[in-house]
Write a protein that binds this ligand. Structure first.
Ligand code: ARG
Length: 403
């Protein structure tokens, strides 16, 4: 084992990373710098500082990354309408490359030779962190304590905490908490009873959305403004990316929008069941598709839809900083030049439905599509020839196959 001089740890102040901090200090006997990213997880970050201080950390970094997260990661992904396996809005997946980018930046700044994270050996997050570090600075080593130490379960983790007098957080009911990952885009909850997919998730796993059954009886109408593919305003009020997503999280949460109970295929190989809450992201996906529906050409829109699953899988699997993701991003971004205008949605008992859309760049022509008489030249006889030629092959096939 080569000697490590200094480590930058991705540190939340929660149970796992508190134990990891202690373990790194003991195992490597070197300085550990902690890095805590504010991604809008809705948690007080000052306790993380206090805890790091108590563990003897001298260089404590707490950085507000909310705007960068939404502007440079969430919005570009949203331009693609990205969904993994048809349903997951990738709330944890998209945060990892950003955290890794800052871990690497701090490591360079303080002259650290390694970064460390608290992701386990069974999950996707270790892959995402480490592929990003590989892409950004291959000279920096990655330490993943969960793959190195002898602790093998949450039970053993709790025992280690007790032995080293590390405070064990508990949920509101005094139980060990679920495994939760939260940021401005989503809250993801895994573990404990959720590991049994035949069991219905208990009500108390939900953190930021009401049960649609208990949502207000009155629907709420909202309007979202888009500029070249990115949302820029809510109800006519211009907002920064993070402020806008925060606003929509509040609105969506109150109406029970964006709950998802999902069994997904992890990159590492197993299936896992999780509960996701993505209120603002769910509204934005519907709204973005709404504005694209009038501003994108058909072939452009269909091409986007074809590459979307591939693009989503790249993000899920941790290839944000890979050339193929950047190539697809260039294609997606190019398509958004005219995706501007306003979309109005109705939030009602768990749903976010587009009810109208308008754009100065609209390709929609009521005059062209109307059932009524229209001034636009459209020769109905052209349709006859169009169908006759498209049907040519089918008539040949039918003749041969004797249908
Ligand atoms: N399964 C999700 C993903 O891979 C979430 C992972 C982190 N969530 C958690 N509760 N630990 O993107």
């Amino acid at each position: 084992m080569t000697k490590i001089e200094k480590i930058v740890l991705s540190y939340s102040g929660g149970l796992d990373t508190s134990i990891i901090l202690k373990w790194l200090q003991e195992t490597y006997g070197c300085e550990v710098v902690t890095f805590t990213a504010d991604l809008g997880q809705g948690e007080e970050l000052e306790p993380a500082r206090a805890k790091a201080e108590m563990s003897g950390v001298k260089d404590i970094r707490i950085v507000d990354l909310r705007e960068e997260f939404v502007r440079d990661f969430v919005f570009p992904m949203l331009r693609a309408n990205a969904l993994y396996e048809g349903q997951y809005l990738l709330g944890s997946s998209i945060a990892r490359p950003l955290i890794a980018k800052h871990l690497v930046g701090i490591a360079r700044e303080v002259g650290a030779d390694a970064v460390a994270h608290g992701a386990t050996g069974k999950g996707n997050d270790q892959i995402r962190f480490e592929l990003a570090v590989n892409a950004l600075d291959p000279s920096i080593r990655v330490i993943a304590p969960w793959r190195q130490w002898t602790i093998r379960s949450r039970m053993q983790l709790l025992e280690y905490a007790e032995k080293h007098r590390i405070l064990v957080p508990s949920d509101k009911r005094g139980e060990a908490p679920f495994s939760i990952d939260a940021n401005l885009l989503h809250t993801s909850t895994e573990g404990k009873s959720l590991e049994n997919p035949t069991e219905v998730a208990p009500d108390h796993v939900y953190q930021r959305t009401v049960d649609p059954i208990d949502a207000p009886e009155a629907p709420e109408i909202i309007t979202i403004g888009f500029d070249r593919g990115d949302p820029v305003s809510v109800n006519g009020k211009a907002m920064t990316p993070a402020a806008l997503l925060t606003e929509l999280n509040g609105l969506g949460g109150r109406h029970g929008v964006g709950r998802l109970d999902l069994v997904e295929n992890r990159f590492i190989g197993m299936k896992s069941r999780g509960i996701y809450e993505t209120p603002g992201g769910t509204i934005l996906l519907a709204a973005h598709r709404g504005i694209e529906s009038i501003t994108l050409d058909r072939a452009a829109a269909h091409l986007k839809d074809e590459i979307m699953p591939r693009y989503a899988e790249l993000i899920y699997n941790g290839f944000w900083f890979a050339p193929e993701r950047e190539m697809l991003q260039a294609l997606i971004d190019h398509s958004q030049a005219f995706v501007s205008g306003e979309v109005t949605l109705r939030l009602y008992k768990g749903s976010a439905s587009v009810i109208s859309r308008a754009s100065p760049c609209s390709l929609y022509s009521a005059d062209l599509v109307t059932f009524e008489e229209s001034a636009i030249a459209f020769d109905h006889h052209d349709a006859e020839g169009f169908i006759r030629l498209n049907g040519l092959r089918l008539r040949s096939l039918a003749a041969r196959n004797g249908r």
